[in-house]
Design a protein around this ligand. Sequence first.
Ligand SMILES: Nc1ncnc2c1ncn2[C@@H]1O[C@H](COP(=O)(O)OP(=O)(O)OP(=O)(O)O)[C@@H](O)[C@H]1O
Ligand SMILES: [Mg+2]
Length: 504
Amino acid sequence: MTILTTNALGVTLGDPLFSDLSLTISKSDRIGLVAANGRGKSTLMACLAGTHEATTGEITRARGLRIGHVSQYVPPEALGQTLFDWVLTALPAEQADYESWRVDVALDDLQVPYEVQHQQLKALSGGWQRTAMLAAAWVQEPGLLLLDEPTNHLDLSRISLLEAWLAALPRDMPVVITSHDRAFLDATTNRTLFLRPEASRLFPLAYSAARAALDEADAADERRQANDLNKARQLRRQAAKLKNVGVNSGSDLLLTKTRQLSARADKLEATARPVHKELSAGDIKLGNSGTHSKALITLDDLTIETPDGRMLYRTGQKWIERGDRIVLLGKNGTGKTQLVQRIALALAGQDTGVRCAPSVVPAVSDQHLSQLNGDETPHQAVTSAFDIGDQRARGVLAGAGVAFQMQDTRINALSGGQKARLAMLLLRLAQPNFYLLDEPTNHLDIEGQEMLEDELISHQASCLLVSHDRSFLRNVGNRYWWIRGKRLEEVESPEPFLAEETQA
Ligand SMILES: Nc1ncnc2c1ncn2[C@@H]1O[C@H](COP(=O)(O)OP(=O)(O)OP(=O)(O)O)[C@@H](O)[C@H]1O
Ligand SMILES: [Mg+2]
């Protein structure tokens, strides 16, 4: 049964993001929505949810359809509320009064511990904030669920839990999911829409199989186009020959024939379908400005605590040395971010017990990219912090994937991945020799994730990373610290941790 259709839907924001999209969503569909950063996935989701006006085309929704939309970012007004209260506000007023048990059930299904439910969202990890948004969408009993990058900020066990939660939904519950996590898409979808500016393509397959089908279809398109253009060239050659003969012999018949051949060539050229060229969403580059110090950061058996003073673990004696790419492992809420913040504050000059070598030039990025000021423009962000001219600022921004038309609009208007790319650019311009990155792959498309890996490795950057992306942390790390029990342990490999997480 069809619950939503789009007819020739298109959105142009500066450039066309997508056009002529005719999509049918039926009850049992689990659709993966895939495209590079900034290509309009979140915009399409907002159109489906009815919060963004499409430029062309229309959307028809089944009568009374309720849509649960989990957007890519936490709404700022949620942060001051407790997790429980935020989910409760999603219910209509009279239901909120008499049926708050609905919230209990939803939070129980999503395995949110009681003490977490009653903390303010701003004090909770990104993973719990995402979980709260999912619960808020779910308690409204939607007939269609739209999930925009639901795995961002989730650790591996929460990703597994979300997969299980989605699998346990009624089969006739349609879900649309955007994600850059291939394994997650494979586990949760049965159709894949590759969103493109001209001709988007839909396959009744999960991501990996759909990707193979897409590559085949693109190759077939390319062959067809080459064939058509080749035929057109032959027709033109024939036409030229006939024309000569026709002119010399004064034959009207041959001249007519010549015109017919040219017309056929015109038609073939006009209809030869342009082949889709996948454009990169911009370059990610990092540098490493070098330092003489060997030990960059020293932890003298620190005690790491929650903001309200609960002891989480002790670090033991630990050093971060030049060329170390340390990955910090641990479940959501075990205190990875607490340690990262202690180090970040020390790098900013505060006394937090962490010792930093004087020659360290840090580059720090937190989970929510809060170093970016959303009200500034990308151009202001670059020129106010660095002494580079207007032209060069525009050049580096464009290279990093912030197109000219976006350089003077607020950073908040950028897509999630574009913000992450801008953040990386600002880090590089500071010419750091030590990177402190909390979940740097959130929001980045697959190509962007791979570029970030290559840059960190090829520049032998020294860094401390927090990441839940299995392939990223395996590829990048050369040392691993695992928060286990009340201790921070150095381990040889991340595999025992990963195995424990995915079984949970
Ligand atoms: N006023 C504007 N003028 C021109 N372009 C705009 C404007 N506002 C937004 N955009 C562009 O529209 C696009 C919006 O993309 P959207 O957020 O839907 O992308 P996305 O596919 O979800 O990306 P991501 O993977 O990074 O989340 C971005 O490329 C953004 O730069
Ligand atoms: Mg998006």
